[in-house]
Design a protein around this ligand. Structure first.
Ligand SMILES: NC(=O)c1ccc[n+]([C@@H]2O[C@H](COP(=O)([O-])OP(=O)(O)OC[C@H]3O[C@@H](n4cnc5c(N)ncnc54)[C@H](O)[C@@H]3O)[C@@H](O)[C@H]2O)c1
Length: 367
C-alpha cells in the first residue's frame, strides 16, 4: 500500500479527513470503522463506474464487518433530479438504513451531488462518505460540502450543505476515465493552481512539455502528490468560507465566462472546454485592466494549449456572451463579479468591470 496522504478539513461543526493514495479504495471499510461507524451502509454508484471500481470498495466494507447494499443510479447529468433522489430514499428504506448507517457516493460530481443531498435529507441527515472517481470530483466537487440536484429551470437550484465524514481519493480510478472527462477535470485542476498553488502550476507546466496526446500522459499530471496540492487549494478556500458568503467565489475563476458559453451552446459544450476558454478570457481581461502581467496570461494560455485544451471561441458574438452572463438564475443585482488573476497563485474578485473591456476581450477570443 502506497503512503497515504491525509488532509484534515475543518468546518463549522467539526472536521473530516481526506485520504489520498493509490489503491485507497481498498481501505474504505477499515477507515470508516476507525472513524467509529458500523452496521448497514449503502454504496451509491452507476453501472459505468461500478463495473471498474465497486469491487474493492464493497469487499473492504464487508471485510470490516459492514452490511453492504449497492445502489446503481442511471448515468448522466439529466438524471441529477429530485425524482432520482426520491428513488434513492425508497431504496434506503428498503435496505433498512437508519440514522447510524453510512451512505457512500462512489462516482463523479453527479453521483456525489445527488447522494450527498439524499444523505443530508434522509432521516434529517445520515453519515456520508465521498469517493470521487472523476478528476473534476477529486479536485472540486467532493470537498466543500455542496450537494444538490438540478431543476428544469436551471442547474443546482436545490441543495444543501452536507459535510462528509471522510473523502477517499484513489488516483488509480483515473486510469479508466475517458479522455474528454479527464480534460474537464484538468481545466479545474489548472484553475486551482492559478488560484493558489504556483508550484503545482510550474510542475504542470514542465510535465506538459512531455504530453503527446495519449491518455497515459495525463496520469503523470495526476499523481497523488499533485492531486494533494490541487485539493489543498480547495480545502483552504472552503475552510475560510464554508457557506459561500464571500471569498469562496474565487473558485469561480473562468466560470463567469464559461457559464455564459455553456448557456449559449445550450449545454452541448462541455464544462471543461468552457472553463478552459473562460480561464483564457479571465487572464486576458486581467492584463487589459492592469491587474496581471502579459507573461502570466501567456503562461496560462500556453499550458492549456500544450494540453490541447480549447482557448478560442468563434461561435458567439461578444454581445451575446455578455447578455448570457446576466441570465444566470443565481445572480443577484446588476453587476457581474469577475474573478481575475493577479499572478499565478493569486486571484481577486472585481465587481466593477466595464462592459467595453469584457467585449474587447471576447472579440480577441475569436480565431
Ligand atoms: N458540489 C460541488 O461543489 C460541485 C462542484 C463542481 C461541479 N459539481 C457538479 O459535478 C457534476 C459534474 O461532475 P463530473 O464532471 O464528475 O461528471 P459525471 O459525474 O457526470 O461523470 C462523468 C462521466 O464519467 C463517468 N465516470 C465517472 N468516473 C469514472 C471512472 N473512474 N471511469 C470511467 N468512467 C467514469 C460517469 O459515469 C459519467 O458518465 C455537475 O453536475 C456539476 O454541477 C459540483
Amino acid at each position: 500500500m502506497a503512503t497515504m496522504n491525509k488532509i484534515i478539513v475543518k468546518h463549522p461543526s467539526g472536521s473530516y479527513p481526506i485520504y489520498l493514495a493509490d489503491h485507497a479504495l481498498a481501505q474504505t471499510g477499515e477507515q470508516l470503522a476507525i472513524l467509529g461507524y458500523r452496521g448497514r451502509c449503502a454504496v451509491v454508484t452507476n453501472e459505468t463506474i461500478g463495473q471498474h471500481h465497486a469491487a474493492p470498495v464493497l469487499a473492504s466494507l464487508q471485510a470490516a464487518g459492514f452490511e453492504v447494499n449497492r445502489i446503481d443510479l442511471p448515468d448522466g447529468e439529466q438524471f441529477k433530479t429530485l425524482e432520482t433522489v426520491a428513488g434513492l430514499y425508497d431504496q434506503f428504506v428498503t435496505a433498512k438504513l437508519d440514522r447510524h448507517s453510512s451512505i457512500i457516493a462512489l462516482g463523479g460530481g453527479v453521483i456525489g451531488d445527488m447522494t450527498g443531498f439524499a444523505a443530508a435529507t434522509y432521516l434529517r441527515g445520515v453519515p456520508f462518505v465521498q469517493i470521487p472517481t472523476t478528476l473534476l470530483a477529486i479536485v472540486d466537487s467532493s470537498v466543500g460540502g455542496k450537494t444538490g440536484v438540478d431543476l428544469p429551470h436551471g442547474k443546482n437550484l436545490v441543495g444543501a450543505f452536507k459535510q462528509p465524514e471522510m473523502v477517499i481519493i484513489d488516483p488509480q480510478v483515473l486510469t479508466t476515465l475517458p479522455k474528454v472527462e479527464f480534460c474537464a477535470g484538468l481545466a479545474e485542476m489548472i484553475k486551482n493552481a492559478i488560484i493558489g498553488a504556483p508550484e503545482l502550476f510550474a510542475t504542470l507546466e514542465s510535465r506538459s512539455l512531455e504530453y503527446t496526446g495519449k491518455c497515459e500522459d495525463f496520469l503523470c499530471l495526476t499523481t497523488s502528490d499533485l492531486l494533494t496540492e490541487a485539493v489543498q487549494v480547495k480545502v483552504r478556500i472552503v475552510e475560510a468560507d464554508p457557506f459561500e458568503q464571500g471569498r469562496r467565489a474565487v473558485l469561480n475563476l473562468g466560470h463567469t465566462f464559461a457559464h455564459a458559453f455553456e448557456r449559449l451552446a445550450t449545454y452541448s459544450m462541455r464544462h471543461g472546454e468552457a472553463v478552459s476558454i473562460g480561464l483564457v478570457c479571465a487572464a486576458r481581461l486581467a492584463v487589459r485592466l492592469g491587474h496581471c502581467s502579459t507573461e502570466t496570461a501567456e503562461r496560462i494560455i500556453a499550458l492549456l494549449q500544450r494540453l490541447e485544451m480549447p482557448t478560442k471561441l468563434s461561435a458567439y458574438a461578444p454581445l451575446m456572451v455578455w447578455e448570457a452572463m446576466f441570465t444566470d438564475k443565481k445572480r443577484q443585482g446588476d453587476t457581474i463579479p469577475f474573478i481575475l488573476p493577479r499572478a499565478i497563485g493569486q486571484v481577486d474578485i472585481f465587481k466593477d468591470v466595464a462592459q467595453a473591456d469584457v467585449l474587447a476581450i471576447l472579440e480577441k477570443q475569436r480565431p
